[in-house]
Write a protein that binds this ligand. Structure first.
Ligand SMILES: Cc1ncc(COP(=O)(O)O)c(C=O)c1O
Length: 418
């Protein structure tokens, strides 16, 4: 008798769907398609030689340790390096506050495992990172969404949702995915003080913070929160869990991310991670350490910033040149994405199919809204990635996309006339 597998699946799998982006990436991998779809770093900037040297060095001098099981917390020199590195942003942490994870994506899953009971509310930005929704959905999260504008989360709209008692807030203050927006300093201060007033923890996801193209670095929420706490005795009183990753600064294939949190929270996460994967790949951690050390990472981040700044500028120029004036878009000061808003009546999902006819792809906006918020709003947006394509492809891709946009606008105009 063959088993009806679906009848055996746990309830938590009921609403789990594969990510729209991963599915789209499959379609858009044909060479003739210019894809602004995935959040892929630039292929041509990976520091391949440095990785070669690091692998050689590790296999010659440290092979047994790199190939053996390791501690769940992570490779100690790497945890020390991360703790040291984040002090430049004012984050005070020791190795005991750092847990190495298998990408930030695993950090999100572990946070779901740690904090979410089925039915708990999680406060998210609208739009927000699709992968976080995927991670939290499995634990039965319900969502309270707060809209963003060009300065990020609209903190003036926060108080009523906070009164609903969300378990935590999930926030992306720097060069948000998908919006490309940055939370202003005033709003950061308002956010942490409201979190403090209502006793709601914040999960601050910061994969892009180092990739700033212009302006000054703004203080992370985790730092502002410490300023807020009346009897600060080091990290232990913090209301913020901070996440980051090497995915956008070294290579996503490493799958190395980290969580910075009070030591007691890290200790609990360590127990949860044991059941997930025992520890993050020792080999990947040792290589990442070897690649990043000295001032290589800092130098490399400068190269990435310069390249992405140029690509962003090319995309912004091409949008101004080719797109009709009714279409609006964000002007990110860093990161990998910008967010386009179509005029009323247009639909990004229909546009996606029109765009594929022109051999150009993007991600339609509705996947970035929490499930109970799938509003008409989402379908008026698209996320464009500017890090992966070369400048000349960006220009050509935006030109092709503008053809699709104009075609749909014309169809809409005719439909409205009839
Ligand atoms: C906001 C955000 N968080 C987390 C991740 C996951 O990153 P990682 O590759 O470290 O798992 C991404 C990836 O794009 C992201 O944009």
């Amino acid at each position: 008798m063959s088993i009806a597998w679906t009848s055996r699946y746990a309830l938590r799998t009921k609403d789990v769907k594969s990510s729209a982006i991963r599915e789209l990436l499959k379609i858009t991998q044909q060479p003739e398609v210019i894809s602004f779809g995935g959040g892929l770093p630039a292929n041509d900037i990976f520091p391949i030689e440095r990785f070669e040297e690091a692998c050689k060095e590790v296999l010659e001098h440290n092979a047994v340790m790199a190939l053996q099981y390791g501690q769940t917390e992570g490779y100690k020199p790497l945890r020390d390096m991360i703790a040291r590195h984040i002090t430049r942003y004012g984050i005070k942490a020791e190795a005991e506050n750092v847990l190495i994870t298998t990408g930030s994506q695993q950090a999100l899953d572990l946070i779901g495992k740690l904090l979410i009971n089925s039915g708990d509310k999680v406060l998210v930005e609208a739009p927000t990172y699709l992968g976080a929704l995927q991670a939290f959905n499995v634990y039965g999260a319900q969502y309270v969404s707060v809209p963003c504008d060009d300065d990020g989360l609209q903190t003036d709209l926060l108080e009523a949702p906070l009164r609903l008692g969300p378990k935590f807030m999930y926030v992306l203050p720097n060069f948000q995915n998908p919006g490309g927006t940055t939370l202003s300093e005033d709003r950061r201060r308002t956010l942490v003080s409201l979190a403090n007033k209502y006793g709601i923890p914040i999960v601050e996801d910061d994969p892009y913070g180092q990739l700033r193209f212009e302006g000054e670095h703004l203080p992370p929420l985790v730092v502002l929160d410490r300023e807020n706490v009346p009897h600060d005795d080091g990290y232990t009183l913090g209301n913020v869990i901070y996440l980051s990753t090497f995915s956008k600064t070294l290579a996503p294939g490493l799958r190395i991310g980290w969580i910075v949190a009070p030591a007691e929270v890290i200790a609990k996460l360590v127990q949860l991670k044991q059941g997930t994967d025992l520890h993050t790949s020792t080999f990947a951690q040792v290589i990442a350490y070897e690649v990043a050390r000295g001032n290589f990472l800092d130098q490399h981040v400068k190269t990435i910033r310069d390249a992405y700044r140029e690509r962003r500028d090319v995309m912004l120029e091409a949008l101004s040149q080719y797109f009709p004036s009714q279409v609006k878009w964000t002007h990110p000061k860093g990161g990998l994405f910008l967010w386009v808003t179509l005029p009323q009546g247009m639909d990004a999902n229909k546009l996606f199919h029109e765009a594929l006819k022109q051999n150009v792809a993007f991600v339609p906006g509705d996947s970035f809204f929490a499930p109970n918020e799938h509003s008409k709003e989402g379908s008026r947006h698209l996320r464009l990635n500017f890090s992966n394509a070369q400048p000349e492809q960006i220009r050509e891709g935006i030109r092709r996309l503008s053809v699709a946009v104009k075609t749909q606008l014309e169809q809409l105009r005719i439909a409205q006339l009839s």
